[in-house]
Design a protein around this ligand. Sequence first.
Ligand SMILES: C[S@@+](CC[C@H](N)C(=O)[O-])C[C@H]1O[C@@H](n2cnc3c(N)ncnc32)[C@H](O)[C@@H]1O
Length: 210
Amino acid sequence: MNIEQAYDIWADRYDTDQNLTRDLDQQVTVETLSPLTFKFVIELGCGTGKNTLFLLTKAQRVIALDFSEKMLSQARGKITDERATFRRTDITKPWEIPDHFADLITSSLVMEHIEDLSFIFNQARLKLKTGGYFFISELHPSRQYLGSKAGFFDTEDGRVNPTAYIHHISSFWDSARQNDFHLTILKEWFDTGIEDKPPRLVSFLFQVQK
Ligand SMILES: C[S@@+](CC[C@H](N)C(=O)[O-])C[C@H]1O[C@@H](n2cnc3c(N)ncnc32)[C@H](O)[C@@H]1O
Protein backbone atom coordinates (compact mmCIF):
# COMPACT_ATOMS: atom_id res chain seq x y z
CA MET A 1 0.00 0.00 0.00
CA ASN A 2 1.38 3.42 -0.82
CA ILE A 3 2.10 5.92 1.95
CA GLU A 4 -0.65 8.38 1.06
CA GLN A 5 -3.34 5.66 1.08
CA ALA A 6 -2.05 4.31 4.39
CA TYR A 7 -2.35 7.72 6.08
CA ASP A 8 -5.78 8.28 4.53
CA ILE A 9 -6.87 5.10 6.31
CA TRP A 10 -5.12 6.00 9.56
CA ALA A 11 -6.34 9.63 9.67
CA ASP A 12 -9.49 9.27 11.77
CA ARG A 13 -7.64 7.25 14.44
CA TYR A 14 -4.25 8.95 14.32
CA ASP A 15 -4.92 11.32 17.23
CA THR A 16 -6.64 8.77 19.47
CA ASP A 17 -4.69 5.50 18.94
CA GLN A 18 -2.14 4.81 21.64
CA ASN A 19 1.14 6.02 20.09
CA LEU A 20 4.21 6.65 22.23
CA THR A 21 6.21 7.90 19.24
CA ARG A 22 3.62 10.58 18.36
CA ASP A 23 3.41 11.69 22.00
CA LEU A 24 7.16 11.84 22.53
CA ASP A 25 7.56 13.80 19.30
CA GLN A 26 5.16 16.44 20.59
CA GLN A 27 7.26 16.84 23.72
CA VAL A 28 10.50 16.99 21.68
CA THR A 29 9.05 19.59 19.32
CA VAL A 30 7.82 21.88 22.09
CA GLU A 31 11.00 21.52 24.15
CA THR A 32 13.34 22.18 21.21
CA LEU A 33 11.45 24.99 19.52
CA SER A 34 10.12 26.92 22.53
CA PRO A 35 13.38 28.85 23.07
CA LEU A 36 13.51 29.97 19.39
CA THR A 37 11.96 33.05 17.83
CA PHE A 38 10.21 32.48 14.50
CA LYS A 39 7.51 34.14 12.43
CA PHE A 40 7.16 32.31 9.12
CA VAL A 41 7.02 28.54 9.29
CA ILE A 42 6.75 25.68 6.79
CA GLU A 43 5.61 22.44 8.39
CA LEU A 44 6.38 19.31 6.36
CA GLY A 45 3.98 16.35 6.72
CA CYS A 46 1.76 18.21 9.20
CA GLY A 47 -0.67 15.29 9.45
CA THR A 48 -3.62 16.06 11.73
CA GLY A 49 -2.04 19.30 12.94
CA LYS A 50 -0.74 18.05 16.28
CA ASN A 51 2.32 20.29 16.08
CA THR A 52 0.65 23.05 14.02
CA LEU A 53 -1.25 24.07 17.15
CA PHE A 54 2.01 24.59 19.03
CA LEU A 55 3.68 26.41 16.10
CA LEU A 56 0.77 28.86 16.03
CA THR A 57 1.45 29.85 19.64
CA LYS A 58 4.65 31.54 18.35
CA ALA A 59 4.38 32.08 14.59
CA GLN A 60 2.70 34.75 12.47
CA ARG A 61 2.08 32.32 9.63
CA VAL A 62 2.33 28.54 9.19
CA ILE A 63 2.17 26.84 5.78
CA ALA A 64 1.45 23.20 6.59
CA LEU A 65 2.02 20.62 3.82
CA ASP A 66 0.85 17.03 3.59
CA PHE A 67 -0.20 14.74 0.73
CA SER A 68 -2.88 12.83 2.67
CA GLU A 69 -6.22 14.59 2.09
CA LYS A 70 -7.73 12.75 5.06
CA MET A 71 -4.95 13.77 7.47
CA LEU A 72 -5.33 17.36 6.23
CA SER A 73 -9.07 17.33 6.73
CA GLN A 74 -8.56 16.27 10.36
CA ALA A 75 -6.18 19.23 10.74
CA ARG A 76 -8.58 21.65 9.06
CA GLY A 77 -11.41 20.45 11.29
CA LYS A 78 -9.34 21.18 14.37
CA ILE A 79 -7.57 24.41 13.41
CA THR A 80 -9.50 27.34 11.97
CA ASP A 81 -6.87 29.98 12.76
CA GLU A 82 -6.38 32.07 9.60
CA ARG A 83 -2.63 32.22 10.20
CA ALA A 84 -2.45 28.53 9.22
CA THR A 85 -2.73 27.35 5.61
CA PHE A 86 -3.06 23.63 4.97
CA ARG A 87 -1.97 22.61 1.47
CA ARG A 88 -2.15 19.24 -0.18
CA THR A 89 1.43 18.79 -1.40
CA ASP A 90 3.82 15.96 -2.12
CA ILE A 91 7.04 17.25 -0.53
CA THR A 92 9.14 15.05 -2.84
CA LYS A 93 8.19 17.52 -5.64
CA PRO A 94 9.42 21.17 -5.74
CA TRP A 95 7.62 23.17 -3.03
CA GLU A 96 5.46 25.98 -4.41
CA ILE A 97 6.44 28.56 -1.82
CA PRO A 98 8.54 31.68 -2.49
CA ASP A 99 12.27 31.29 -1.86
CA HIS A 100 13.54 32.69 1.49
CA PHE A 101 9.99 32.69 2.90
CA ALA A 102 10.60 30.87 6.18
CA ASP A 103 12.67 31.32 9.31
CA LEU A 104 11.71 27.81 10.47
CA ILE A 105 10.93 24.55 8.68
CA THR A 106 9.79 21.59 10.75
CA SER A 107 9.45 17.89 9.99
CA SER A 108 8.14 15.44 12.58
CA LEU A 109 8.01 11.71 11.84
CA VAL A 110 8.02 12.25 8.07
CA MET A 111 11.55 11.55 6.78
CA GLU A 112 11.06 7.84 7.31
CA HIS A 113 8.70 8.00 4.32
CA ILE A 114 11.09 9.96 2.10
CA GLU A 115 13.62 8.12 -0.04
CA ASP A 116 15.79 11.06 -1.14
CA LEU A 117 16.78 13.16 1.87
CA SER A 118 19.02 15.44 -0.18
CA PHE A 119 16.05 16.72 -2.22
CA ILE A 120 14.31 17.77 1.01
CA PHE A 121 17.41 19.55 2.34
CA ASN A 122 17.84 21.28 -1.01
CA GLN A 123 14.26 22.59 -0.96
CA ALA A 124 14.56 23.58 2.69
CA ARG A 125 17.72 25.57 1.92
CA LEU A 126 15.91 27.43 -0.87
CA LYS A 127 12.86 28.28 1.22
CA LEU A 128 14.73 29.40 4.37
CA LYS A 129 16.10 32.84 5.07
CA THR A 130 19.75 33.17 6.06
CA GLY A 131 20.05 32.03 9.66
CA GLY A 132 16.78 30.07 9.40
CA TYR A 133 16.28 26.77 11.20
CA PHE A 134 15.40 23.29 9.93
CA PHE A 135 14.08 21.08 12.74
CA ILE A 136 13.72 17.32 12.20
CA SER A 137 12.35 14.84 14.73
CA GLU A 138 12.37 11.26 13.57
CA LEU A 139 12.15 7.64 14.64
CA HIS A 140 15.69 6.75 15.76
CA PRO A 141 17.40 4.58 13.12
CA SER A 142 18.58 2.13 15.78
CA ARG A 143 14.91 1.18 16.24
CA GLN A 144 14.56 0.71 12.50
CA TYR A 145 17.64 -1.54 12.39
CA LEU A 146 15.65 -3.76 14.80
CA GLY A 147 12.55 -3.72 12.57
CA SER A 148 10.42 -0.85 13.93
CA LYS A 149 8.40 1.25 11.51
CA ALA A 150 6.07 4.20 12.01
CA GLY A 151 2.63 3.97 10.47
CA PHE A 152 2.41 0.25 11.11
CA PHE A 153 -1.05 -0.50 12.43
CA ASP A 154 -4.00 -2.89 12.29
CA THR A 155 -7.35 -2.34 10.60
CA GLU A 156 -10.34 -4.64 10.12
CA ASP A 157 -8.87 -5.53 6.72
CA GLY A 158 -5.45 -6.42 8.05
CA ARG A 159 -2.17 -4.78 8.78
CA VAL A 160 -1.25 -1.49 7.08
CA ASN A 161 2.41 -1.25 6.33
CA PRO A 162 3.37 1.90 4.39
CA THR A 163 6.74 2.11 2.69
CA ALA A 164 9.52 3.24 5.03
CA TYR A 165 13.18 4.06 4.42
CA ILE A 166 16.04 3.86 6.90
CA HIS A 167 18.22 6.97 7.16
CA HIS A 168 21.37 6.73 9.23
CA ILE A 169 22.25 9.67 11.46
CA SER A 170 25.26 10.28 9.21
CA SER A 171 22.93 10.48 6.18
CA PHE A 172 21.05 13.41 7.72
CA TRP A 173 24.33 15.14 8.42
CA ASP A 174 25.69 14.47 4.89
CA SER A 175 22.59 15.97 3.25
CA ALA A 176 22.63 18.91 5.64
CA ARG A 177 26.22 19.95 5.10
CA GLN A 178 25.99 19.47 1.31
CA ASN A 179 23.26 22.11 1.44
CA ASP A 180 25.09 24.63 3.63
CA PHE A 181 23.43 23.82 6.94
CA HIS A 182 25.26 23.50 10.20
CA LEU A 183 24.08 21.42 13.14
CA THR A 184 23.18 23.33 16.28
CA ILE A 185 21.45 20.61 18.33
CA LEU A 186 21.46 16.80 18.09
CA LYS A 187 19.53 14.84 20.73
CA GLU A 188 18.44 11.27 21.29
CA TRP A 189 15.17 10.72 23.16
CA PHE A 190 14.38 7.67 25.28
CA ASP A 191 11.17 6.35 26.72
CA THR A 192 10.86 7.56 30.32
CA GLY A 193 13.21 5.63 32.59
CA ILE A 194 14.47 3.29 29.82
CA GLU A 195 17.97 4.34 28.80
CA ASP A 196 19.43 0.87 28.27
CA LYS A 197 17.26 0.24 25.17
CA PRO A 198 17.60 2.04 21.80
CA PRO A 199 16.28 5.61 21.92
CA ARG A 200 12.84 6.14 20.41
CA LEU A 201 13.55 9.40 18.58
CA VAL A 202 16.40 11.49 17.27
CA SER A 203 16.08 15.23 16.72
CA PHE A 204 18.24 17.69 14.80
CA LEU A 205 18.17 21.45 14.73
CA PHE A 206 20.04 22.61 11.64
CA GLN A 207 20.65 26.24 10.75
CA VAL A 208 21.44 27.90 7.42
CA GLN A 209 25.01 29.21 7.59
CA LYS A 210 25.05 32.95 8.25
C1 LIG B 1 3.63 9.87 11.13
S1 LIG B 1 2.72 11.15 10.33
C2 LIG B 1 3.30 12.56 11.23
C3 LIG B 1 2.31 13.67 11.25
C4 LIG B 1 2.71 14.86 12.12
N1 LIG B 1 3.92 15.48 11.62
C5 LIG B 1 2.87 14.42 13.55
O1 LIG B 1 4.00 14.50 14.06
O2 LIG B 1 1.89 14.00 14.16
C6 LIG B 1 3.56 11.31 8.77
C7 LIG B 1 2.87 12.32 7.85
O3 LIG B 1 3.72 12.57 6.72
C8 LIG B 1 2.92 12.64 5.56
N2 LIG B 1 3.78 12.36 4.39
C9 LIG B 1 4.54 11.27 4.16
N3 LIG B 1 5.17 11.38 2.97
C10 LIG B 1 4.80 12.58 2.45
C11 LIG B 1 5.10 13.26 1.24
N4 LIG B 1 5.90 12.73 0.30
N5 LIG B 1 4.55 14.48 1.01
C12 LIG B 1 3.71 15.03 1.94
N6 LIG B 1 3.37 14.43 3.10
C13 LIG B 1 3.92 13.21 3.36
C14 LIG B 1 1.83 11.62 5.79
O4 LIG B 1 0.70 11.83 4.98
C15 LIG B 1 1.54 11.80 7.29
O5 LIG B 1 0.53 12.75 7.50
